[in-house]
Design a protein around this ligand. Structure first.
Ligand SMILES: [Zn+2]
Length: 379
């Protein structure tokens, strides 16, 4: 492969560490252009957006009338799901089934945040505890496989549980905290391949796992993208896209109203994700997810490009203490530090080196975009 000359977008901070990035004549990247032409014109955060959301909410309430819950949502303790929970219960008057997937990596803040919010909103919490021996085996397998998307087992467990619960409790509406405001730019597929691809999980596990997987919740794309929405009429709603959602204001509200605790970075509610996103990805692959997160905040007016560039000058992890995290992760996964180090030093692989369903995802994404059902998205 020929080395491409380094280039960084003049509007956001994405650069050629995303190898599929394309720049126009003004040096503006395709992420920004997709945002400007596809997301922005269709993103209504004013009264019109609020009215559209009210129509959806009325429908959710009507369909859930005689049921214990009218919708379902997951709670990680992170900012988006926490704010969504507050919004759904206090502002929209919904009655969500709230579930949490405990994959073994909750930070102390995550535990606190889930507890205070569920408590103060007077809700029950459904906790799904993932079989820890199986989780460990899957996570070890992903480290050994050399791919960059090693957060897959954790994310997959979350999504699979969400669909399982929706189906089991016959809830027709799933609320998610997905939002353009803080994630209008998505991690490139090259950095983080689709976590819901169960064929990929099974292949990597088959090659590098040590025990059989019996309890781990698996979903597959045809079940949750075709069967559930079109045959069982289970729909996903993203309420945060219908209103102004300003990260700093949301954090302030959650802190004062609930005693919610802030994280130094998005997704750090999981100790695994913190290690993975701040250390493993940049060190092994040169992928710094802060660029994606800051780029989203720049495009939505919540951070200046200069501020982002300044922040990116520092390492995404604390060099003094990272060896503690390294040891912690190795020990927790029953790996030796030497083996984890060997994974770090080993050859980098991609999702293409293992069985995958990329072609199905591509067709699905094309259709969804054509129909206007998805804006922006992974590429
Ligand atoms: Zn850009």
């Amino acid at each position: 492969m020929s080395e491409r000359e380094y280039q960084q977008c003049t509007q956001c901070v994405m650069d050629t560490t995303d190898s599929a990035i394309v720049f126009d004549d003004n040096g503006v990247c395709d992420h920004c252009n997709t945002f400007n032409t596809d997301i922005l014109p269709n993103w209504k955060t004013d009264e019109q957006g609020w009215r559209e959301l009210q129509v959806i909410v009325d429908k959710i309430k009507a369909e859930g009338k005689k049921k214990d819950f009218d919708c379902i949502m997951g709670m990680s303790g992170g900012i988006d799901s926490s704010y969504l929970l507050y919004l759904a219960v206090e502002k929209l008057g919904l009655r969500p089934l709230v579930f949490h997937v405990d994959a073994g990596w909750n930070s102390q803040q995550a535990v606190n945040n889930i507890e205070v919010m569920v408590d103060k909103l007077n809700l029950d919490l459904f906790t799904e505890v993932i079989d820890w021996e199986e989780m460990k085996d899957l996570q070890r397998a992903f480290f050994r496989s050399g791919v960059s998307h090693i957060d897959t087992p954790q994310d997959h467990a979350f999504f699979a549980t969400m669909y399982k619960f929706a189906n089991k409790y016959k809830v027709k509406h799933i609320l998610t905290g997905a939002n353009y405001s803080t994630e209008c730019i998505r991690n490139p597929k090259e950095w983080m391949y689709f976590q819901s691809d169960s064929i990929q999980i099974k292949d990597i596990h088959k090659q590098f796992g040590e025990r059989s997987i019996k309890n781990f919740p698996l979903t597959n794309i045809l079940w949750h993208k075709v069967y559930l929405p079109y045959f069982k009429n289970i729909k996903v709603v993203t309420p945060l896209n219908y209103m102004p959602y300003i990260k700093e204001e949301a954090v302030e509200l959650l802190k004062t109203r609930f005693g919610w605790q802030e994280y130094p970075q998005k997704h750090f509610e999981s100790r695994f994700t913190r290690f993975y996103e701040s250390y493993w990805l940049p060190e092994k692959f040169g992928y710094d997810v802060r660029k994606v997160q800051y780029a989203s905040l720049i495009l939505t007016g919540q951070m200046t490009r200069d501020e982002a560039l300044e922040r990116l000058k520092t390492k995404p992890y604390d060099p003094e203490n990272v060896h503690h995290d390294f040891e912690f992760v190795a020990n927790k996964l029953d790996m030796s530090v030497a083996e984890l180090q060997a994974c770090l030093d080993g050859e980098n692989k991609t999702y293409k080196d293992y069985k995958n369903q990329e072609s199905i995802y591509n067709v699905g994404a094309k259709v969804m975009r054509k129909l206007g059902l998805v804006r922006g998205g992974k590429r």
